[in-house]
Design a protein around this ligand. Structure first.
Ligand code: PMP
Length: 367
């Protein structure tokens, strides 16, 4: 029983208790088949139902237009750092792509894409990742094959609160850490991808939503399992898919639907982030988040304790104290240090309040 533990991890992350209980109940004998999903053929009618239901839930929850395919792929978000250029950089002969680098993950994606074409980093001189340079400073190439950005930078805590207007150029977004945490107008995008292990499931499956007219343009060296057209033509069953992860994603999506869908998730996520930001903003600098208030992520809030650059001893004490109260995985990413709170869909308002109460007490004890 893990009820006493609150997981604030950045991913893999907390799952709804009801999902875990249902998976447990169904684990040994799925739907009267006498076998586990873990043992089940991906060509069976039971699994077909699971993957179709999961796809339909993605479509329903995000109002995915008819002319988009929904794919369930392997290789994680990082696999998509390669798959995106392999499939899309050849959309135009020049093989150019613009990358808006606003944090650790978009920087990685840009570096990977350089293997396959000409990559322009739109604002290459950012000294730290704590805001999004004003739209008027971006110089986008109208003949780029696509513009890429990361909607929520999980490490740095920078989240787009708008959809970049790229005119006629195809827009691609990594939504790994804020997928289904709010509604999104899919029709503005050529492609959206997201690893499941934060807001919509467990590790092993990456959802890709791609506009149909972009299929069939992969470079000839594109590995076949990363070729969107091949996967789309095979209903994501070109090879054995991550069956269990797709099943878990289906259960989480059902839970999201039963709890009011993307709109309800957004309201709760706003509330949770406000609870934590409120403590940070009223701590007289004891807690400090480097991210500009407007671009502060609702999903991942990084902060330092004691002074701007962080007092590591105090931060250690904070983590130890949190752990003693059952609050785990609050350590910041190893590249930036400090503390990071992740508030994905399954984290409750109550969980956020429990942390805020502790933060308030820690402040009073150490200020
Ligand atoms: N993009 C973002 C925004 C992420 O947060 C992560 C993982 N934390 C990745 C990509 C990479 O995902 P994976 O580990 O599944 O390859």
């Amino acid at each position: 029983d893990n009820k006493q533990t609150i997981n604030f991890g950045a991913g893999p992350a907390k799952l709804p208790q009801s999902v875990l209980l249902k998976a447990q109940k169904e684990l040994l004998n799925y739907n009267g088949t006498g076998i586990s999903i873990l043992e089940m053929s991906h060509r069976s009618s039971d699994f077909s139902k699971i993957i179709n239901t999961t796809e339909n839930l993605v479509r329903e929850l995000l109002n995915v237009p008819e002319n988009y395919k929904v794919l369930f792929l392997q290789g994680g978000g990082s696999g998509q750092f390669s798959a995106v250029p392999l499939n899309l950089i050849g959309l135009k002969e020049d093989r150019c792509a613009d990358y808006l680098v606003t944090g650790t993950w978009s920087a990685k994606a840009a570096r990977e894409a350089e293997k396959y074409g000409k990559v322009t980093v739109i604002h290459p001189k950012l000294d730290s990742y704590n805001n999004i340079p004003d739209r008027s400073t971006w110089s986008l190439n109208p003949s780029a094959s696509y513009v890429y950005y990361c909607c929520n930078e999980t490490v740095d805590g920078v989240e787009f609160n708008f959809i970049p207007d790229t005119k006629e150029v195809v827009l691609v977004s990594d939504m790994s850490s804020n997928f289904l945490s709010r509604p999104v107008d899919v029709s503005k995008f050529g492609l959206i991808f997201a690893g499941a292990q934060k807001n919509v499931g467990c590790a092993g499956v990456t959802v890709v939503i791609v506009r149909e007219d972009l299929l069939g343009r992969a470079l000839k060296e594109c590995p076949i399992i990363l070729d969107y057209q091949v996967q789309a033509g095979n209903n994501s069953l070109y090879n054995t898919p991550p069956c269990f992860s797709i099943y878990i994603m289906g259960l989480v999506l059902e839970w999201i639907r039963n709890n009011g869908g993307a709109d309800a998730m957004e309201q709760l996520n706003k509330q949770k982030a406000a609870i934590i930001n409120d403590i940070i903003n009223h701590s007289n600098g004891f807690y400090s988040c480097p991210v500009d208030a407007v671009y502060r992520s609702r999903m991942n809030i990084p902060f330092r304790i004691g002074k701007k650059e962080g007092d590591e001893d105090l931060e250690m004490q904070f983590l130890d104290g949190a752990l003693a109260l059952g609050m785990i995985c609050l350590k910041g990413h190893r590249s930036v240090g400090g503390i990071r709170v992740s508030l994905y869909n399954a984290v409750t308002v109550e969980d956020a309040k429990t942390l805020a109460t502790y933060m308030g007490q820690f402040l009073r004890d150490h200020q």
